[in-house]
Each structure stands twice: as structure tokens, then as C-alpha cells.
Ligand binder design. Structure first.
Ligand SMILES: Cc1cc2nc3c(=O)[nH]c(=O)nc-3n(C[C@H](O)[C@H](O)[C@H](O)COP(=O)(O)OP(=O)(O)OC[C@H]3O[C@@H](n4cnc5c(N)ncnc54)[C@H](O)[C@@H]3O)c2cc1C
Length: 370
């Protein structure tokens, strides 16, 4: 297969991203007879196996990860709960790729996915054209599994650029040491905000937690019925052509022992969003203020799908409407780990569903001759 010069390399399926969703899809492709590097190729632009897990902060130990589902066909056993999740899961993914011979190409960035040049002119075969840092591919279908880690969401506030301290996003968080002795404002109502506040508070001079909506803490187990109900809520937004919401917005925050202690000690006493940022801190609409040396935005991520822009998949509401994993605007494009399938269990199921549908795509018509 020639990846760099001349004609784009033709193949059946291109999988973009080798996180949970991409590897699950690759596993099912392989299992149903697609041959790696001949019928399908998996590309990933990160340096190592592990998907976004490889970048998660070192204090996020495997024991703090809740509800991580193993990839299909190989259990994750004996993971040391005290080791960083990045190492435990990175090692597991590396073994997984080896065990099933998935031959992930890395680091390779997908730059753009567009309509193949021949499409619609009578002689075309309906392939897509994918531009990557290792050359061009012409697949009959794309399974997009690029997650969200590459697109941290930074909210905008008046005066943000005047702040004299440090502003960072969860994606840059490297453990609590950098916050020692600092006055820290943490913005965001998700699990990352809660975990990072609980780590930072013991070493910081002061912490302030602000969220847009009052956080909802969930008591009791999060069973299958609750999971299904949460997924249904995200699905409904996607059906309406709206951007998917975060999982926490529909599941609530788990009430752990550490969270209970944080609420009792006041670390998790939440304030509403401030109105503006000044050189020395933040100010609320009623004029009250908090001094700050650091503002940490634990404000989540958006789908990393800019490379799909040439296909114009978005609806006026900003989302992408889908039937299962298939986009309604282009039956050759599947999104896995997106919206309702943005969890490890959802990614597994979506990988399988995408492969099942792709196998049903009509066989290629022979090109017209003469
Ligand atoms: C801090 C944190 C903790 C979480 N904890 C849990 C948990 O406990 N349980 C759970 O179920 N879920 C958890 N999640 C959600 C979970 O991470 C995801 O649902 C799942 O792991 C995402 O898998 P993915 O394959 O969709 O994406 P990723 O793991 O992000 O993989 C995407 C891959 O695509 C690659 N990529 C992106 N863009 C391109 C491009 N243009 N070209 C080439 N490659 C590209 C990236 O390099 C990456 O390797 C957590 C998320 C976060 C942020």
C-alpha cells in the first residue's frame, strides 16, 4: 500500500483514533474478516497506545477511575489501583493492539476528510478522500473515533485577558503540587472539578468552587437502568441536531466518601458563576469578590471533529444527527465514542454497531467503461 505518493491508498474502512472506541471498532473489523493494512487501517496521532488515557494527570490513579469497561475480547485484570490510570490503561491498550494485531499507525494526524474526487460524476465509486500526515487514503467508509481530549473547552469571561495569575484547563492539570500556597478558583461542575478540588484544597492557601448550575450529587449505585436513562437523554439531543451534552449533566456526580468529607469541610461548597475576571481575582454580580492566583477551568471538552468539516455534517443547531452510529448526512461516516456513546461501555457497543452497518454498505459498482 502506497501511503505517500500519487494515488491515494484504497481500502474498505479507515478508523480514525485508537482510543477505546477506535480499538473496539478495529477488533470487530478484524473478527469479521477485514485484514489490517489491507482492508482497514487505524490511524492515531498520539505518541503511545492508550487513547486519551495516556495524557491524564498522574494523580488520577487506576483506583479512582470508576466504571471503566474492558475492551471486547480481553479482560483488564490485576490493574494496580495505586498506579496512574495512564500507565495501567496505556499498558493494557498496548497489549490489546499486539494481541489482535491491529497495527495502529502512529503518530499520524488526520487533517481532512472530504468527498472523493470522482463522486457524483457518473464514473465515481463513492469513496471518501482522507488527507493525513502520512499521505492520502480513499476508503469506502470512515469510523471516526477521535474523542474529545484534543478540544478542551475554555469558557469566556469579561476581563479574562487582564488576569495577572495563571489560567489553565483540566487538560493541563498535572497534580496538586503546582497549586501549593496559591488561592485557586476552580470553574466547572463535573467529576474532574470535584476530583481536582479535593486534591488541591489540602495544599492550597484557599479554594473557591464555581459552577453554572448547582451540582447534583447522586446517592446510591449507578446501575444499568440509570445508565440507559442517561444515554437516552443524550441521544435525544443528538436526534434533534444539537451538540451532545456532557455525561455528568445527565448522570449527576457520584457521592463517594471523599466527596462526603469535602462537603462537610466546605471544600465542595459551591458558588454560582462570577461575572468577570480582574487582574487579581473574580467578581460576582453583587460586587462580592475572591482573590485568586490561579483559575483552573474544569469545563470539559467538545468533540474533536474539525477534520470532518469539509463533509458538512453539522445541522443548523450545531450537532450532527445520527441513526445509530451513522451520520444522517453521509452513510459512509460513523461516529463512535460521540455523544451517547461517549463512555467506555458506549464506545465498545458503538464500535460493534458501526462495523455491523458498514458490512451492509452496498458493494462497489464497477466503474463505467468507455
Ligand atoms: C478525566 C476523565 C476520566 C474519565 N473516566 C471515565 C471512566 O471512569 N469511565 C468511563 O466509562 N469513561 C470515562 N471517561 C470518558 C472516557 O474517557 C471516554 O468515554 C472513552 O475512554 C473515550 O474513548 P474514545 O476512544 O472515544 O476517545 P479517546 O480515548 O480520546 O481516543 C481518541 C483518539 O483519537 C486520536 N485522535 C484525535 N484526533 C485525531 C486526528 N485528527 N487524527 C488522528 N488521531 C486523532 C487521539 O490521539 C486519541 O488517541 C473519562 C474521561 C475523562 C476526561
Amino acid at each position: 500500500m502506497n501511503y505517500s505518493e500519487g494515488q491515494p491508498a484504497e481500502l474498505e474502512v479507515l478508523v480514525i483514533g485508537a482510543g477505546q472506541a477506535g480499538l473496539a471498532a478495529a477488533f470487530h473489523l478484524r473478527r469479521t474478516g477485514y485484514v489490517p493494512d489491507r482492508d482497514f487501517v487505524v490511524l492515531d496521532h498520539s505518541p503511545r497506545p492508550g487513547g486519551a488515557w495516556q495524557f491524564r494527570w498522574p494523580t488520577l490513579t487506576y483506583g479512582k477511575v470508576h466504571g471503566m469497561h474492558a475492551l471486547p475480547g480481553l479482560e483488564l485484570t490485576g490493574g494496580d489501583p495505586d498506579r496512574p490510570a495512564s500507565e495501567v490503561i496505556g499498558g493494557y491498550f498496548a497489549g490489546y493492539e499486539r494481541t489482535f494485531g491491529l497495527r495502529v499507525h502512529r503518530p499520524v494526524s488526520v487533517l481532512a476528510v472530504r468527498e472523493g474526487p470522482d463522486h457524483g460524476d457518473g464514473g465515481g465509486d463513492g469513496r471518501l478522500l482522507v488527507e493525513t500526515s502520512e499521505g492520502r487514503y480513499a476508503p469506502r467508509a470512515v469510523i471516526n473515533a477521535t474523542g474529545t481530549w484534543d478540544r478542551p473547552f475554555w469558557p469566556r469571561f469579561a476581563g479574562q485577558e487582564t488576569f495577572g495569575g495563571r489560567q489553565l484547563h483540566t487538560a493541563q492539570y498535572d497534580g496538586p503540587e503546582a497549586f501549593r500556597g496559591a488561592r485557586v478558583v476552580v470553574v466547572g461542575g463535573g467529576t474532574s472539578a470535584v476530583q481536582q478540588l479535593l486534591e488541591i484544597a489540602p495544599v492550597a492557601a484557599a479554594t473557591t468552587w464555581v459552577t453554572r448550575r448547582p451540582p447534583v450529587f447522586r446517592e446510591g449505585p449507578f446501575g444499568e437502568a440509570e445508565g440507559r436513562a442517561a444515554v437516552a437523554l443524550v441521544e435525544e439531543r443528538v436526534r434533534q441536531g444539537l451538540p451532545p451534552r456532557s455525561v455528568v449533566s445527565v448522570t449527576g456526580l457520584p457521592m463517594t466518601e471523599a466527596v462526603r468529607r469535602g462537603r462537610e469541610s466546605g471544600v465542595l461548597a459551591r458558588l454560582p458563576l462570577f461575572e468577570r475576571i480582574t487582574p487579581t481575582g473574580v467578581v460576582w454580580p453583587d460586587g462580592s469578590s475572591a482573590a485568586a492566583d490561579v483559575i483552573l477551568y474544569a469545563t470539559g471538552f467538545r468533540a474533536a471533529i474539525d477534520h470532518l468539516a469539509p463533509l458538512r455534517l453539522r445541522e443548523p443547531g450545531g450537532g450532527i444527527r445520527m441513526a445509530g452510529t451513522r451520520t444522517l448526512r453521509d452513510a459512509r461516516v460513523h461516529l463512535v465514542g460521540y455523544g451517547p456513546s461517549a463512555s467506555t461501555i458506549g464506545a465498545n457497543r458503538a464500535g460493534r454497531a458501526a462495523v455491523r452497518e458498514i458490512r451492509r454498505l452496498p458493494a462497489r459498482e464497477p466503474a463505467a467503461v468507455g
